[in-house]
Design a protein around this ligand. Structure first.
Ligand code: AMP
Ligand code: GLY
Length: 385
């Protein structure tokens, strides 16, 4: 049955009728829209933050202010509410300029401008409504240098359990070129985020976030996904997401050994403190996104897909944007179409298996990056000699 997540009364009615014991809210829009609050008010258990706490993803300015109040390491920033104030604020930064629409923009609301002229043009564009309501405010940030990695934690607002790490590939093109996307591939764990650094992230970023949100009357319940820049001064927060991430979710779940349902219920029922640490397989999981040509701007719809023998040993194909035609043909129906996922003892092995599976697929109107995990594969090579 199709249920409109924006229609809270309909969702509540469905949960009532079907006696639903736990609702897991996956994407950011219904979280930011307060679906968790509406359900909780009716006594339905929910995995996912309240509207107030989901501002962590819903408003870049909210998160930057919160970091400042809690002393969480992140890039210096200015919030601007008009084109004039944004243009004036540029004086306080050096190029490259990082410009972010405040609200939700499906991962596409960030512009990194190499020159002042580019920054001015981008700001004019943003304040001219390019991101709709999401661009009513623009945050300008200091540019951070380093490698990116993601860290995940479950929390019920008081207790925290670490939920592993991953590394995404945001740019559409190989060698991290071209426009940002929702993510073209990922692997987990991110070896670059070693045990010492994970401890630092928990202590200096995750824990103070959970604490300040609780102290300020908006306890966070659900999964916290911290996008990090590993700078020379240590890990700094780029942004928070209030969900598992796509395609990070695919690699995290492929490795998960603990009972996910039990962990989510424990978050919803404020008893995460009684749970054991989350267990993952030692193996690395790597996923390659196969997208429709034209993504992220104008993905071609309807291209035929033949999965062939892709789901062989250790590989799994998650469908992201596919549909079946009335005569049963699998076709593309979205920007990111497939997530071809494999595991191995190393990133090198997982990568080889994933691309073997990708190469078994026939999807002439699709494309993918050949270099998912390559930085880590190169590091593994150097370690081996
Ligand atoms: P966000 O949507 O905030 O995660 O930003 C999207 C991407 O822009 C990040 O994954 C980074 O690659 C880049 N980015 C965002 N903020 C900064 C920053 N302050 N310095 C350098 N790169 C950034
Ligand atoms: N892959 C990043 C995200 O889901 O936001």
């Amino acid at each position: 049955m199709a249920l409109d997540a924006a229609d809270h009364a309909a969702v509540i009615g469905f949960c009532d009728k079907e006696r639903i014991g736990l609702v897991v809210i996956g994407p950011e829009a219904p979280l930011v829209d307060g679906l968790a609050d509406s359900l909780r008010a009716q006594g339905v258990s929910v995995f996912g933050p309240s509207k107030a706490a989901a501002q962590l993803e819903g408003s870049k300015g909210f998160t930057k202010d919160l970091c400042e109040r809690a002393g969480i390491p992140t890039a210096g920033y200015v919030r601007t509410a008009s084109l004039d104030s944004a243009l004036a604020a540029l004086d306080r930064f050096q190029p490259p300029y990082v410009l972010k629409a405040d609200g939700l923009a499906a991962g596409k609301g960030v512009v990194i401008a190499g020159t002042r002229a580019e920054a001015e043009a981008a700001l004019a564009d943003m304040y001219d409504g390019r991101f709709g309501a999401a661009g009513a405010e623009v945050v300008i940030e200091e540019f951070m240098e380093g490698e990116e990695a993601s860290f995940f934690a479950l929390t019920d607002g008081a207790s925290i359990l670490s939920f592993g790490s991953a590394q995404d590939h945001k740019r559409v093109g190989e060698g991290d070129t071209g426009p940002n996307t929702g993510g073209m591939g990922a692997y987990s764990p991110a070896a670059i985020l070693g045990p010492l650094m994970r401890g630092e992230v928990l202590e200096r970023i995750i824990a103070p976030t959970v604490r300040i949100l609780a102290d300020e009357g908006m306890p966070y319940s659900g999964v916290l996904f911290a996008g990090l820049m590993l700078t020379r001064e240590g890990p700094k927060l780029i942004e928070y997401n209030c969900r598992f991430g796509d395609p990070e979710c695919q690699v995290l779940m492929t490795r998960l050994e603990s009972d996910l349902g039990e962990l989510m219920l424990a978050c919803a029922e404020n008893r995460l403190g009684t749970c054991e640490p989350v267990r993952f397989k030692k193996a690395t999981a790597l996923t390659v996104v196969v997208a429709a040509k034209g993504y992220p701007n104008a993905p071609e719809k309807g291209g035929a897909i033949d999965l062939g023998k892709s789901e062989g040993e250790g590989a799994k194909v998650f469908h992201a944007g596919t549909s079946l035609t009335p005569d049963g043909i699998l076709v593309a129906n979205g920007g990111r179409v497939l997530n071809v996922t494999a595991t191995g003892a190393s990133v090198t092995e997982a990568q080889a298996k994933a691309y073997q599976a990708v190469d078994a697929i026939r999807f002439p109107s699709g494309f993918f990056r050949r270099d998912i995990g390559q930085k880590e594969v190169d590091r593994e090579k150097r370690k081996a000699v």
